[in-house]
Design a protein around this ligand. Structure first.
Ligand SMILES: Nc1ncnc2c1ncn2[C@@H]1O[C@H](COP(=O)(O)OP(=O)(O)O)[C@@H](O)[C@H]1O
Ligand SMILES: CC(=O)OP(=O)(O)O
Ligand SMILES: [Mg+2]
Length: 410
């Protein structure tokens, strides 16, 4: 019988899921739930065997959403038991200083995930809810949390440490944890073989640019830098997030605009970035406005690319050399304009794109630079779900007697 893992990626207002076949690495069934908690726009989609099943219905909360997802499996298939489900793998963004590897979600682990939500306010809360609900709905299947931050546990101290007062930093666990690590690790592991080079000694930069966006620098598959910090707010410009900004902007807005902490959180996490500069968080819309000559879109895209190039320059220096720059996630995989603008700014360092390859749309891992480019430029579609499924499988294989009882051991 096949062995499968159901992977859940729960966001504040959406849930994405895939049932992954561990032997073939295929996604057998997938779907999403959108506009959770919104008065309008509630939508479910379940895909199995090339058939799409859509339902437009208000989704009051995550519990209702996940219950309906399991109903879809019953109604449209596949039957999860017959499909050989061995675990549910949950993406959790923030594992902080607590989780260097995936964990079976005991009551204690779920509480720790909730406590860490202060360090990933957009992500950990809904993810913990997703785990609780799935434990209730599928009590006999082990539920494994796989943390975005775990890959960056190995960051060197000088990359993890803020130049903040030591006592305050220690007391409040203020350091750089990073995020999107499952994606950075997965993509970084693919690139050397794509280029026919040994992983040992390979120096690379991975740009995970989706709605959230982050960069990592890696040597031999180990992280040496990443752009997200204490929370997923630091670093690159994002759909709705500022990325790097002078912290004194916060003091200024408190003193002069009399904003409180909730307003500031909302401003920095939701109302800034591309949304704040153009009205649109989706790069497809920003690109369209840019092509129409819209001045806000031009400036926003210039800021977006400027930030990416600054990180590439910094990481190239930190790595002391560079073999590849790889684009991944929604923008990185699809947006040839952003890739072209980034590469053009690196021309002085001998980076050259093959324009035709850059413009060609494909789901394949590919090289888009010319053979004489100083550094290979690649596009590798991320597959966080497959990586999460494999990690969940490993935890199950490592064995815990109480896995199949559904009971907490604590
Ligand atoms: N064809 C495209 N061209 C440009 N940007 C795209 C395209 N397709 C998707 N995107 C961008 O990808 C983003 C979603 O990326 P994704 O990695 O799925 O993000 P997340 O996991 O944070 O939801 C969208 O907001 C959009 O900006
Ligand atoms: C950490 C993070 O920003 O995740 P996402 O891109 O899924 O929002
Ligand atoms: Mg993502």
């Amino acid at each position: 019988m096949a062995k499968t893992v159901l992977v859940i990626n729960a966001g504040s207002s959406s849930i994405k899921y895939q049932l992954i076949d561990l032997e073939t690495a295929d996604s057998i069934a997938s779907g999403l739930v959108e506009a959770i908690g919104e008065p309008v726009g509630g939508h479910y989609r379940h895909e199995y065997k090339g058939e799409k099943h859509d339902l437009n219905e208000t989704v009051p909360d995550h519990r209702t959403g996940l219950k309906k997802v399991l109903d879809f499996f019953d109604e449209y298939g596949p039957n999860l038991q017959e499909a050989g489900i061995i675990a549910v793998g949950h993406r959790v963004v923030q594992g902080g200083w607590i989780f260097p590897k995936p964990a079976l979600t005991t009551k204690k682990v779920i509480q720790q995930i909730k406590d860490l939500a202060v360090l990933a306010p957009l992500h950990n809360g809904p993810e913990a809810t997703g785990i609780e609900v799935m434990k209730e709905l599928l009590p006999s299947v082990p539920q494994i949390a796989v943390f975005d931050s775990s890959f960056f546990f190995a960051l060197p101290p000088e990359a993890k440490t803020y130049a903040l007062n030591k006592d305050v930093a220690e007391r409040y666990h203020i350091q750089r944890y990073g995020a999107h690590g499952t994606s950075h690790e997965y993509v970084g592991s693919v690139v050397p073989s794509l280029l026919g080079k040994p992983a040992e000694g390979f120096k690379q930069i991975v740009l995970h640019i989706g709605n959230g966006a982050s960069a990592s620098a890696q040597v031999s598959g180990s992280p040496v830098e990443t752009s997200m910090g204490l929370t997923p707010l630091e670093g690159l410009v994002m759909g709705g997030r500022t990325g790097d900004i002078d912290p004194a902007v916060v003091f200024h807005l408190i003193r002069n605009a009399h904003m409180d902490v909730e307003e500031l959180d909302d401003l920095f996490n939701h109302k800034s970035g591309m949304t704040g500069m153009t009205g649109y968080g989706d790069l497809r819309e920003v690109d369209r406005l840019y092509e129409e000559g819209n001045a806000d879109a031009k400036l926003a895209l210039d800021v977006y690319v400027h930030r990416i190039v600054s990180y590439i320059g910094a990481y190239w220096a930190q790595l002391g050399g560079l073999d590849a720059i790889t684009f991944t996630a929604g923008v990185g995989e699809n947006d040839s304009l952003v890739r072209k603008m980034v590469a053009e700014k690196l021309a002085a360092f001998g980076v050259k794109l093959d324009n035709e390859k850059n413009e060609t749309r494909s789901k394949e891992n590919r090289v888009i630079s010319t053979p004489d480019s100083s550094v290979a430029v690649c596009v590798v579609p991320t597959n966080e779900e497959l990586a999460i499924a494999r990690k969940a499988e490993k935890i199950v294989a490592d064995g815990h007697d109480d896995y199949n009882t559904g009971l907490d051991e604590d």
